[in-house]
Structures are given as structure tokens and as C-alpha cells.
Design a protein around this ligand. Sequence first.
Ligand code: DOR
Ligand code: ZN
Ligand code: ZN
Length: 446
Amino acid sequence: MSVNTVLHNAKIFTEGRIVKGGVAIEEGKIIRVAKKAHLPSASNEINLHGYLLLPGLIDIHVHLRDQLQTYEEDFFTGTAAAVAGGITSVLDMPNNEPVTMDCVSLRKRIEEAKCSTVANVGFYSAFPRNEDEITSVINDGAVAFKLFLNTQIGGLDIKNDDALFRAFNKVSELGAPVAVHAEDQEAVETAAELEQRLGHKDIEAYLKAHKPEVEAKAVERILRIARKTNVQIHLCHISSKQALALINGVRKRGLMVSCEITPHHLLLTDEDLKRQGTMLLTNPPVRNKNIMNELWDAVGRGQIDVIASDHAPHLVSEKTADSAWNVKPGIPGLETLLPLLLTKVNEGRLTIANLVKLTAERPAEIFRLHNEGFLKEGCNANLTVVDMKRREKIKSHEFYSKAKYSPFDGWSVKGMPIKTFVNGQLVMDEGEVVAKPGAGRIIRSG
Ligand code: DOR
Ligand code: ZN
Ligand code: ZN
């Protein structure tokens, strides 16, 4: 028997442990994980020289932009950034121009992405104006709904608990998750208006409007409504102890709830934000050192399901202004997530098994991405090869992303992705993206 590709001589992370051997790939699927003697021959044999082979990372929180925002990022540059960073699949957020929020906008976005990506891409949709369209948005290929509680994106009135309840009821029947940006709009706006009336426009004022309490308020509200409907909730970029306590409380009572954290909330503090200024502004903002340590403790206790980048590219000119209120929040993160986390593995703060769980296994489980997230026979051949010993400096001017800046610029990392395979095809080799647009496919749930 002869197959398409065999990857030889790897340390393979499979079924929770590391084994020496190789992987046979046929038509984009892993058909065997075995020692060399038990692998078929192949037209394409690649020696991995003992490097670690992981299931491809799934980044469930990415803003790919494109359409009317190609000046910030497009489907090719965004997915090239993903595979350069060892990420094989991404889920795209809906706050685009035009907003992804119904069948027409979703179909159009999928159509435009289809032949343009080098990573696999799944799509979130915002809620449609018409509740009756919720089912068809999922049938048309949305992986989940995204609900922003800080500002209305899409057709659902975020101030109206009854409307949220009805929408959640519909989604729960479909078995799809609702991902939530939890910052309470009214609380943020009241505090922001007060600061602005006082003429405050610096980072300190911005932080006063985006306190941990506004996150907790939104989490409390959304979990209260969700509990009445049994809908599956995923909380994005959690950044406070209070929110974590609320999530753990309902988890114990059986609600399907998961949460995510970003590398910037784990590795940067308000001190970095004050030093670096508005270029590092995000929503929610990075927190103080105590909170950062509490978030690490939560990772250690297994209370965080996912680490995701919240890759949110903007122009440098959109990131700088003399008032923090006029700056676009968000930073690129696709090309730094894995090197930063591998560095933490090398430092003993995280195990490889935890890293894989947080960036591949749980993402696949939460969003029902069939045959993704695991390196085993029958799964899709989305794979990341890492060199745990390679030392590099983060160089944001070399990013594939159009957003060529990073709060981690110049940081020393140890551990780098060196090859990425998407659907069995080598798409990144030694940091260089070697695939043409179209190598990625559109992901659906189930
Ligand atoms: O920092 C952020 N950037 N937070 C968001 O909620 C939106 C995102 C973006 O789209 O730029
Ligand atoms: Zn968000
Ligand atoms: Zn986001």
C-alpha cells in the first residue's frame, strides 16, 4: 500500500502521551499513527528529525476582517499569520463590515473566504434581526453565535432580557453555542461618560470604565438568562476572578458553560499598558499583577477551557490618538500565541498536555468540530511541528498579518512552530508560508 504522505521520526502527542513514530496521511486524513515498521510507503516522505508533532491548534477567537476592512487584514494574510504561528484552524468573529448577522451576509462571507485561505476557517454569526432566521443561519454554516454585550452588533437588542431569552431558547434547540463578549454596556458607558466629563482621556480613565466589575456584571446577567434556557454559553477573554467564580458556580449546577483566556491577559499587566500606551489597548484591557496571577491559578486548576488569541488587527493610525477614547481596541495575536505558550511550557508553568487541551482538544469539543483537535487515526491531518529548543525574538515587522506590531515585540521565546500541515498539506515550513490561497477549507460543526 502507498499513501500520499508519511511523516517519519517524530515525537507524537497522541491520546494524552508522547510516543515515537510516524503518521500516514491519505486524502487529508490521518490514517495511521505507528512505528516506522508499521507505516505504509508514500509518494511524499518527510523526516521530522525527532521534533514534537501536535494536533494543529484551533484558535476560536480571531477577527479576520476582509470584505470592507481589507486595509486591516484579509482572509489570506490572516490565515497566513495563523499557519505561520502553528495554528491550523480559526473561528472568525462577526463584527465585520458588513456585519455577519444573517443568511445573506454569512453566505457572502463564506463565498469570499472559500478560495482565499491557507488555514481552515469556521464562522461565527451575530444574531439576526429576525429570530426566525436563527435556525437557517446555523444550517447555512455558522459554527456558533457571538453576542457582544458592550455594544450591539447584529440584530438582537442587547438591553432586552426577554429578547435574549427567546434567542437563547432557539439556539439551545439547535445545540449550538453562544460565545459572549462580557462587558456590561450601561456600566461601561456610565463610567466612560463621567471620565469624559472630567476631561480625562488617558489610559487610567479608560481602565476606570472597563473595570473587572463590568465584566462580572455582564457574566452574571448572561448566566442568569442562560440558565433558564439550557443554552450552551462560551465566555470570551475572561479577565477577572469574579467572573471565574460565577462561571464555576453554574458549571457545578450543570449548565454547559466554558471560558477562554488570552495570552495578553496571562502575560501582560496594567503596568505594561501604561508603558506601551494605546498600542496595547484591548477590550477587556489587561489587568493588574494580582489578577494576572489569579488567572494563572485558574489555568492550573483546570478552570479555563481555552486559550485563544483574540487576534484583532488594526492600522497603527487607528491605534494611536491623543485620547484613549478614540483608539480602536485590539492587537494581533496569531503569530505570538504558540511561541509564548511553548516558552511557558519550557519554564514549567504549563505542560504540553495542558497546552494541547487548551488550544486544540477543548476548542474542538466546545464547538463540535468533528475530527479536529486530536492527533489520532481518522482525524483530519491538521498538524503542527514544534522545536521545543529553538530560541527566537518576536519580530512583529516580519508578521504575515497586516498588523505589524505587538506588545510582545522583542520578547525572547523558547519553542517555535517549524512546520504546519493543513488537511495533509505542508503550508508553513521554517516560518515561511508555502501554500497558495485555497489550501484551507470552510469548517462546519457536527
Ligand atoms: O479588543 C477588542 N478588539 N475587543 C473586541 O471586543 C473587539 C476587537 C476588535 O474587533 O477589534
Ligand atoms: Zn471581545
Ligand atoms: Zn474579539
